[in-house]
Design a protein. Structure first.
Lengths: 324, 334
């Protein structure tokens, strides 16, 4: 199924308008079955690859490329397109410089689960195909079939928009998603003490590498509240002024300081999170960061009836809410 | 060479705890292992290839209080309890050795020294290479390290115990060890052959110093960094990354803390003049590879990469140190 998708991606890339200078897509990583993101020139289409292991979100790279001239083509799954839309609403991306090759996405594979489930060594694996509800892994002339449900990235189960809402061309038949907060509802049943000890345990494991923040396409602030003395200094800034700069949070890694970091981070995503799951995938300590994002999404949905798919930004919608 | 009929590693954890040691050993979290200070030998699980984080925080914690201050400055004496690390893999023992060279050669760091002096190292030879392992490429052995006090090889029904220091001798003397038979030795050799043949990854280190000297200004580094998100994962997981920052926490009363820092963070090199010599992420990422395979090679005469593969497994965007070094262009593209 994915080799078919790949052929269609290549076909669409060959038909791209002449003013496209870059293609942001996936190429196969050397020695491993997964794909990594890559900025390609239009004459490098043959390097493109695609599989359920093309899990990264290209929106961050697209935003970087906005600094260059020319049009950008991007291969985008449902969540990727949602992130692009959000960046467009926040004027970080010019839509007219973007050509979106949308992919109707059946969900991506969780690479950690995949590595546990697969019986081959990574460099041996020749192909990973999703056929129906099975993942077929081929290596050494052998074949291993893994049920997709065993290795699917959990967040994909709750995707409300697996087909991009906004695209220039769509590959694959549109898929239905649904708004589903059953995982969060289940978690909410725990009592206050249980939830507290759950999160304290989670935050005690955080090493504050800031991968979750860095990898998030929506965490684009150049200066972040949690970095030490990050406010702009110039050669003229006197020492007393520098010393007086506020420091919200240092590099202390206690569970409570880590909690402050994560809560600040997540609150800034209210009504913005695209649900791509890059934060949780990036976390080297495998912390359940999406639980926080999804809880917030649920609140925003229930209290403000807002979904990030709407055309206007969340904060501007707050302005037009009726009083009371 | 001695043998122990049973699980020496587990029994040594119990014995050391009894003797009042603080013992760090591999513990299984949900989906991975990490080194943790344990209270009971039953918490420990030695069925692992390598831990998620390197155990460098045993001697170089992520946060460390250096002084306390209020009306007066109160220095914290650099001291440490008797500590043991049990079940550490040979690559991480090399990591410890390389850290020792940073913190104890030339200028001695008293905080590190106190912890290091009181540390007993019980190594654990590998039984198989992971998909990201490449220690053999950087001149290491997956089952030998002269730097451990004791190194243990697991043969299944028994464990081979090699005592390599006086400290190790003192601990080992409390166990009922017998001399290894010819059969034990040949079984160990067989296992080692099996381990060596299980490596699937390698780094080409031939003339690496010269190759790296040539390509410093190449556009290759920009291409490598295209995907990089400038997080600190690679450096925080690395057993030999030692950069730190010192800051004061609290205005009139507080503590001076040393905390891990990462060369991948833009603020790491931001000078107070506002000049930043490594402003771009590709400069920062390039620095990491040069640090591991060039700068430290020039300064200390050895690679500062132990081939544990943690940075590859942990990188959120799939940057692979082995791939990056292997693909260094032979001719400089400007």
């Amino acid at each position: 199924m994915n080799s078919e998708t790949l052929e269609k991606i290549k076909e669409e890339c060959r038909k791209l308008p002449d003013d496209v200078s870059y293609i942001v897509g996936f190429v196969k990583k050397q020695g491993e079955p997964r794909e990594v993101l890559k900025v390609l020139k239009p004459d490098e289409i043959d390097r493109l690859s695609y599989s359920p292991l093309s899990f990264n979100n290209p929106a961050r790279i697209v935003m970087d490329l906005m600094k260059t001239d020319g049009k950008i083509a991007v291969i985008a799954k449902g969540c990727d397109a949602r992130a692009l839309k959000q960046l467009e609403k926040e004027e970080k991306i010019e839509r007219n410089r973007l050509y979106i090759i949308g992919i109707s996405c059946p969900g991506v594979i969780d690479y950690r689960k995949f590595r546990n489930a697969v019986k081959f060594r990574l460099p041996e694996i020749e192909s990973v195909e999703l056929v129906g509800d099975e993942v077929i892994v081929k290596a050494n002339g052998e074949e291993q079939r893994i049920p997709f449900s065993e290795v699917i990235f959990e967040n994909c189960l709750y995707c409300e928009q697996p087909t991009p809402k906004d695209y220039d061309v769509l590959i694959g038949e549109p898929r239905e998603g649904k708004l589903d907060f059953s995982d969060i509802e289940e978690f909410e049943k725990l009592d206050r003490e249980e939830r507290w000890s759950y999160w304290m345990d989670v935050f005690s494991k955080c090493i504050r590498c800031h991968a979750c923040r860095q990898v998030c396409p929506l965490c684009y602030c150049e200066e972040c509240l949690v970095d030490p003395s990050n406010l702009a200094v110039s050669p003229m800034t006197p020492a007393e002024e520098k010393a007086a700069y506020p420091r919200v949070l240092g590099k202390t890694v206690s569970a409570s300081d880590n909690m402050v970091y994560h809560l600040i981070r997540v609150l800034h995503h209210a009504g913005r999170c695209a649900g791509c799951g890059e934060c949780e995938r990036a976390c080297p300590m495998e912390l359940p960061l999406l639980k926080l994002e999804r809880k917030l999404k649920k609140v925003v949905y229930e209290v403000f009836n807002y979904s990030p798919d709407e055309e206007i930004p969340f904060l501007s919608k707050l302005d037009i809410l009726p009083e009371g | 060479m001695k043998v122990y009929a049973g699980n020496f590693l587990k029994d040594v954890v119990a014995k050391l705890l009894d003797d009042g040691y603080r013992v760090y050993a591999p513990v299984k979290e949900k989906n991975y292992h990490v080194f943790k200070a344990v209270e009971n030998a039953d918490e420990v699980d030695f069925d692992y290839i390598n831990t998620k984080k390197s155990p460098k925080d045993v001697t170089f914690p992520e946060n460390e209080v250096l002084i306390k201050y209020g009306e007066w400055v109160e220095e914290i004496p650099a001291q440490a309890d008797k500590t043991a690390i049990v079940g550490i893999r040979p690559c991480d023992i090399q990591g410890l050795r390389l850290m020792d060279r940073v913190f104890l050669e030339d200028i001695t760091d008293p905080y590190y020294e106190a912890k290091r002096k009181n540390l007993l190292v019980v190594g654990y030879a590998c039984n198989e290479a992971g998909d990201y392992c490449f220690c053999t490429s950087v001149g290491l052995s997956p089952f030998k390290s002269n730097y451990a006090d004791i190194i243990v090889t697991d043969l299944g029904d028994k464990q081979v115990v090699e005592i390599q220091s006086e400290k190790g001798e003192v601990v080992a003397s409390k166990f009922n060890l017998s001399d290894a038979s010819d059969e034990d030795i040949s079984r160990k050799k067989e296992l080692e052959q099996k381990v060596l043949s299980s490596f699937v990854r390698s780094v080409n280190t031939e003339n690496l110093k010269e190759r790296m000297a040539e390509v410093f200004n190449s556009d290759y580094w920009k291409e490598v960094a295209e995907n990089c998100v400038s997080c600190g994962t690679c450096t925080y997981l690395c057993p030999t990354c030692f950069c730190f920052d010192i800051f004061d926490d609290g205005e009139l009363k507080g503590v001076r803390i040393r905390a891990w820092d990462s060369c991948q963070f833009p603020l790491h090199t931001l000078e107070s003049s506002s000049h930043n010599p490594r402003r771009e992420k590709w400069q920062r990422l390039r620095n990491r590879f040069y640090d591991k395979f060039y700068y430290m090679l020039v300064r200390k005469g050895e690679f500062y990469c132990v081939g544990c593969g943690r940075c590859i497994a942990g990188c959120p965007v799939g940057i692979d140190i082995a791939e990056v070094i292997n693909n260094i262009p032979s001719e400089v593209k400007q």
